[in-house]
Each structure stands twice: as structure tokens, then as C-alpha cells.
Ligand binder design. Structure first.
Ligand code: PLP
Length: 405
């Protein structure tokens, strides 16, 4: 939880805040933000300690309720998202957990898209289902289906855009209006676009959820997560649950992600530019069927994506390797992946290293073939989270597999 969220950096640009916003320097004048590895804090007096524990005075008391390095990360991310406040969590899934724990009770109803991150679907649909939270799962891009799913008990609409691995986009502004007309909240998983490309709060969303593990770190080093929202929601809803449940971000991980935020804008722009060129190349490649990338005019929500994401499609694309049947498609996709020498076969994204995955046998491996078909995840589908290698090397690495099919 951020201390004095109101003040630091008021009036400065987002780019400046991404590099500068943090808690005050220590007495040593360090230029790079300090890493405070401590679980406890020495109190200035018994009276001050009492006031801090009573919530009457800002000040750190114990690692589960706050840490200055974590505060720096929270302040910086909140500023980048255009949110009043932020609460960091141990991972992206811990952020989803904290949000649901803080806002929902038995009998409440949530609407999520069928294309959401697999663990999000399971956590909300199955685990929270055990405690009486009801969930409707709707098609990502079908606004009428979202609207039709609303009930008097609907508390939360939770959208992820663009989605993994097909880059399906939903209209944040329309969903926000829909949620607010129903007295519900809209939360957006902004993992794929990041605040460099898309700022859901400005479009009406109430909560932005992050997996800091991905682009915020940006170099595949640590797990992290966050919720950005109003000061009141963070202070009154998230903080009490976080203090008692302990899904806190470690100071070390916070420091790594804090430094990652400094280059987020540059990385997202550079990696997205490479992704667009790679997508265009793949679209004209004879070994490739369909290419899924919001930055391509062939993408069904291209216009919406460009409007919502500042004209940039992000750094993840997927494509189908051409084949006559699912078995051959799987064999061919595996061949292309096994022929890689530079790019990594790695189920993650948001790294400076290009990562390739086969969704049908990994992230979507537990679905039945029928569910996979419904989700549009074919056996020939390969996802590429494009990094910062030279584009010629990325193309050559993929082409090694294509040309030997
Ligand atoms: C990775 C991911 C998550 C989960 O984040 P973790 O940090 O792995 O817990 C949630 N949503 C999306 C879109 C992701 O890619």
C-alpha cells in the first residue's frame, strides 16, 4: 500500500514518473532506488507505534503490511496506469485472489470471458465456486452475451484484453458502462498490453490487474502481481485482506520489477514493432495458415484494438502451421518448435528473449479436444512472444523448421 500517494511527482509526465517515482531517497543519497530487505521496522516511540498499528499514522510496522521498496513499485505502477493507488501481490494469480477475496461473498455473481487466462478461469469458476460465488463464462467479443449474463447479484465483470493466445480484444469502455449500469465493477487484466499501450482506468475500468511476471519485469526474472484502483478501494478493501492473508510481494521482487518499469515503454514499443513485421512475414509464408495478431488488418477486432491500444498491437502473436488434419498439424508444429536454436521453447511471455509455445499441449492441454476447438486452439497453433533479438534471426530460426517440413 502506498503511503502519501497524493504527492510525489504531481504534474510530471508518465514517462518521467516511470523512471523517477519512488519513495524518498535514504540519507545516503542513492540514485538507484534502495532495496529494503527487512521484515520488521524499529518504531520511533511506543506512542507512534500505537498510532501506526491503529491506522492513524503512516509508517511501516511489519513486512506483511508494507515495505518501502514495494511502495515504490506501487506508486510507480499506479502513476503509469493513471490510478490513484496500487497494491502489489506475490504473483498475478495472487492479485486475482486478493481481488476476489476482497470484493466477493457467497451469492455474488461474476462474469468472465471464456478466453481468460486458464488459472483465472479455474480460480474464479471452480475454487470460488466452492464458497458460493457464482460465475458466468461468456464469449470474449460478444457484448450481447456479457449483457445477457448480468443478474441482480452481479458484482464484477472481469475482462482480459488482448487474450492469450489468439489476441481477442474486448471493448473496455462498453464493458465499463455495462458494469456501472448494473452497479457492478469492471476489472481488466492488462498483462498483454501493459500501461505502455493501454490504460483501462481512463476507459472507465475500476480495477487493473497485473501479472508483473510478464512485461513489467520484462526480463523473465521474478514473479509479481498488482491491483491498481481508487485510493478508497485499495485502502478499505484490498489492504485489510492483504495484511491478514499475506500474499505480499517480496521486496527483492518488487525492486526487480520497479527497475523493469523504467524501460517498459521502450521495450513494449520495440517488441511490438518487431511483432508486427514478423506477423506480416508469417501471413505471407506458404507454410503458415492463419496469423492471429491485433496489429494486423486481418484481425477481427483490429480497429477496436488500434483505438484502445494506442495504435500498437502488442508483442504476442500466434499462427497456425498449415496441415491437412490435427495429427499432422501437431507433428508439424512440434517440428518447427524442435528446430529452434535461438528462440526459447518456454511457456512464459513478456521477456526480452523470444519465447515460443504450443498452447494445445501446454496452457490449454487439460481441455478436451471439443473445448479446444471451441476456444479456437488448433494442434498446429504456435504462440510467439516476441523479444528483442534481431528480427532476421527470429525469422531465420522459425524458417529453419518451416523449410524442412
Ligand atoms: C501470467 C498471466 C497471469 C498470471 O500471472 P502469474 O504472475 O503467473 O501468477 C494472469 N493473466 C495473464 C494474462 C497472464 O499472462
Amino acid at each position: 500500500m502506498s503511503k502519501d500517494v497524493s504527492s510525489p511527482g504531481a504534474g510530471l509526465h508518465r514517462e518521467t514518473l516511470a523512471v523517477r517515482l519512488a519513495v524518498e531517497r535514504s540519507q545516503y543519497g542513492e540514485n538507484s532506488e534502495a532495496l529494503y530487505l527487512t521484515s520488521g521496522y524499529v518504531q520511533p516511540s511506543a506512542e507512534a507505534s500505537a498510532r501506526r498499528f491503529a491506522g492513524e499514522e503512516d509508517g511501516y510496522t511489519y513486512g506483511r503490511s508494507g515495505n518501502p521498496t514495494v511502495t515504490s513499485f506501487e506508486q510507480r505502477l499506479a502513476a503509469m496506469e493513471g490510478a490513484e493507488a496500487c497494491m502489489a501481490t506475490a504473483s498475478g494469480m495472487a492479485a486475482v485472489m486478493l481481488m476476489c477475496f476482497s470484493l466477493l461473498k457467497a451469492g455474488d455473481h461474476v462474469i468472465i470471458s471464456q478466453s481468460m487466462f486458464g488459472s483465472t478461469l479455474k480460480l474464479i469458476g471452480s475454487e470460488f465456486g466452492r464458497f458460493g460465488v457464482e460465475t458466468s463464462v461468456v464469449p470474449q467479443t460478444d457484448l450481447a452475451a456479457w449483457r445477457a449474463a448480468i443478474r441482480p447479484t452481479t458484482r464484477l465483470l472481469f475482462a482480459e484484453t488482448p487474450t492469450n493466445p489468439l489476441g481477442e480484444v474486448c471493448d473496455i469502455q462498453a464493458l465499463a458502462e455495462m458494469a456501472h449500469n448494473a452497479n457492478a465493477l469492471l476489472a481488466v487484466d492488462n498483462c498483454f498490453a501493459t500501461p505502455a499501450l493501454q490504460r483501462p482506468i481512463a476507459l472507465g475500468a475500476d480495477i487493473v490487474m497485473h501479472s508483473g511476471t510478464k512485461y513489467l519485469d520484462g526480463q523473465g526474472r521474478v514473479m509479481a502481481g498488482a491491483l491498481c484502483a481508487s485510493e478508497a478501494m485499495v485502502r478499505e478493501k484490498f489492504l485489510p485482506v492483504q495484511k491478514n492473508s499475506g500474499m505480499v510481494l517480496s521486496p527483492f521482487n518488487a525492486w526487480v520489477v520497479l527497475k523493469g518499469l523504467e524501460t517498459l515503454d521502450l521495450r513494449m514499443r520495440a517488441q511490438s514493432a518487431q511483432t508486427l513485421t514478423l506477423a506480416q512475414w508469417l501471413e505471407s509464408h506458404p507454410a503458415v495458415g492463419r496469423v492471429y495478431y491485433p496489429g494486423l488488418p486481418s484481425h477481427p477486432q483490429h480497429e477496436l484494438a488500434m483505438r484502445q491500444m494506442g495504435g500498437i498491437g502488442g508483442a504476442v502473436l500466434s499462427f497456425d502451421v498449415k496441415a491437412d488434419n490435427p495429427e499432422q498439424a501437431r507433428r508439424r508444429a512440434f517440428h518447427v518448435l524442435d528446430a529452434l536454436r535461438v528462440l526459447s521453447l518456454c511457456t512464459n511471455l513478456g521477456d526480452t528473449k523470444t519465447l515460443c509455445t504450443h498452447p494445445a499441449s501446454t496452457s490449454h492441454g487439460k481441455l478436451s479436444e471439443a473445448q479446444r476447438q471451441a476456444a479456437g486452439i488448433g494442434q498446429g497453433l504456435i504462440r510467439v512472444a516476441v523479444g528483442l533479438e534481431h528480427l532476421d534471426d527470429i525469422r531465420a530460426d522459425l524458417d529453419r523448421g518451416f523449410s524442412s517440413l
